[in-house]
Design a protein around this ligand. Structure first.
Ligand SMILES: Nc1nc2c(ncn2[C@@H]2O[C@H](COP(=O)(O)OP(=O)(O)OP(=O)(O)O)[C@@H](O)[C@H]2O)c(=O)[nH]1
Ligand SMILES: [Mg+2]
Length: 459
């Protein structure tokens, strides 16, 4: 298997593993087939014998010989003679006083003895290729190195310990299990054996899709600076979105009228609630099966606003029963986190109030305070989970998560139509490939290159 950085991932590499600058302690790390022999060549015969006879990981003081004028350096050697090291290769760490010229001299000596300089991220790459880390964990190593504060460090350490990988792996296992059942069905296509109930397949795929969407939303703002969250008013025409917009945004200037389809372009207003700033966006009512080119472009603009928002306030008119479209929206999982809002509650109280819905009236101001507080609370919650992954992982994984979600969305109609297992299996397999890229169960040289080239040398 080729890798972007090196053809031979077993040859012996060396680098200074500690940050530049003087410190109490500095480390030169040597990893690869000949690691122990290379270091042994730089030590006294006694140390050499000790290295050659190392069978288990151990540590001992030694005198390291470099070129004059420094010549003899007292060091501590940390030795991993077997695959029980970080890179899963024989490894030696030479711990010395953290002086740059001293560490430089040690590194040169090791290279003269047969090692070559490691490339950025090469130790971590080896660890990944040896199966010790998955890609998300490898990136977490980068996150630990780059952490600017305690909170970032906590997130990176948790990811390095496999937090994210555990979640992704769980989803992967569930998809693999479905795939196994589907493939079994394909093998026995002539016999009347059902390996998986259609209902189970449907509910399992739907639940996996919900989890993927949640993850994607959590990742959305990482790696590109969060900015002010966007909260969009969405719903059928004439339900009172613009009236609510005006009532919530002091001085909101949205046009309001009895006529359906009043709002054409979207409007944005900055709002503050309980210390949380957000942008409230009024959009055109959702119209189905439109043909008029103007309405089509209005609907497209609305869709764009919606899909780039962080929270949707789905508005329902309390004076009438929810329409079929509204009911289907409420039962489907949404890509955007959603809150349900009843409007016009001064005219009549909604029937069948949902426990999670906020009841409002733009006319009397009923429920507006609660709605603002609820929005602030939801945005706060979203903020705290959004920080759970290292930002470079988030940036890389968004595409994979979205791809997997789309594949599962494509599979669901086949399931509903009781179509052949092959059609469903194709999508499930593709979803698995997408998810596999996050942890590196499936990877390409490009991905590896992108990730490991961001490391500094010595990691
Ligand atoms: N009584 C009462 N009427 C309301 C309330 N909210 C909106 N309305 C009326 O409902 C009608 C539609 O309101 P809009 O705010 O324009 O509705 P919209 O959802 O923005 O409509 P489109 O932009 O066409 O999608 C208007 O006649 C409003 O006066 C409310 O809380 N109470
Ligand atoms: Mg409107």
């Amino acid at each position: 298997m080729g890798t972007p950085m090196t053809v031979d991932v077993e040859d012996t590499v060396a680098a200074i593993a500690t940050a530049p600058g003087n410190a109490a302690r500095g480390i030169v790390r040597v990893s690869g087939r000949e690691a122990l022999a290379c270091v042994a060549r730089c030590c006294s015969p006694g140390t050499r014998a000790q290295l050659e006879h190392s069978e288990v990981s151990h540590r001992f003081p030694a005198i390291f010989q470099t070129a004059p004028p420094i010549s003899e350096v007292p060091v501590d050697l940390f030795v991993w003679p077997t695959e029980r090291s970080f890179s899963r290769q024989p490894t030696v760490e030479i711990h010395a006083i953290g002086s740059a010229p001293l560490l430089g001299a040690i590194l040169r000596a090791v290279c003269d003895a047969g090692a070559r300089l490691a490339r950025p991220g090469e130790f971590t790459l080896r660890s990944f290729l040896a199966g010790r880390l998955d890609l998300a964990q490898a990136e977490a190593v980068l996150g630990v190195i780059d952490a600017a504060n305690q909170a970032e460090l906590r997130v990176a350490l948790e990811q390095a310990a496999g937090g994210l990988s555990g979640v992704i792996e769980g989803l992967r296992q569930r998809l693999l299990e479905l795939l196994a059942h589907l493939e079994a069905g394909m093998d026995f296509v002539d016999e009347d054996i059902q390996f998986i109930e259609q209902e189970h397949l449907q509910s399992e795929l739907t639940s996996i899709r919900t989890q993927l969407t949640d993850l994607e939303i959590r990742f959305r703002d990482r790696g590109q600076g969060a900015g002010t969250p966007r909260v969009v008013l969405r719903g059928a025409p004439n339900v009172g979105k613009s009236s609510l917009f005006n009532a919530l945004a002091d001085g909101g200037k949205a046009l309001v009228s009895d006529a359906s389809g009043t709002t054409r372009d979207y409007l944005v207003q900055q709002i503050e609630s309980e210390g949380v700033m957000f942008q409230l966006i009024d959009t055109a009512g959702v119209e189905e099966a439109v043909q008029d080119p103007l309405v089509v472009s209005v609907q497209t603009a609305m869709q764009t606003q919606w899909s780039s928002s962080h929270l949707e306030l789905f508005c329902l008119d309390a004076t009438r029963e929810p329409s079929e479209w509204e009911r289907s929206q409420l039962s489907a999982t949404s890509l955007i986190p959603r809150m349900v809002v009843w409007t016009k509650a001064d005219l009549t109280l909604p029937v069948g109030v949902r426990p999670d819905a906020v009841v409002t009236s733009s006319q009397t101001g009923l429920g507006l305070g609660s709605l603002k507080s609820a929005v602030a609370e939801r945005l706060n919650q979203a903020n705290s989970v959004r920080g759970e992954v290292v930002s470079c992982t988030a940036a890389r994984c968004r595409g994979s998560l979205r791809g997997a979600t789309q594949r599962i969305s494509a599979a669901l109609p086949w399931v509903a139509a009781a179509a052949g297992e092959e059609l469903i299996a194709v999508e499930v397999r593709a979803a698995l490939d997408e998810i596999g890229q996050i942890v590196g169960a499936v990877y390409t040289d490009d991905i590896l290159d992108q990730i490991f080239s961001r490391f500094c040398i010595g990691k």
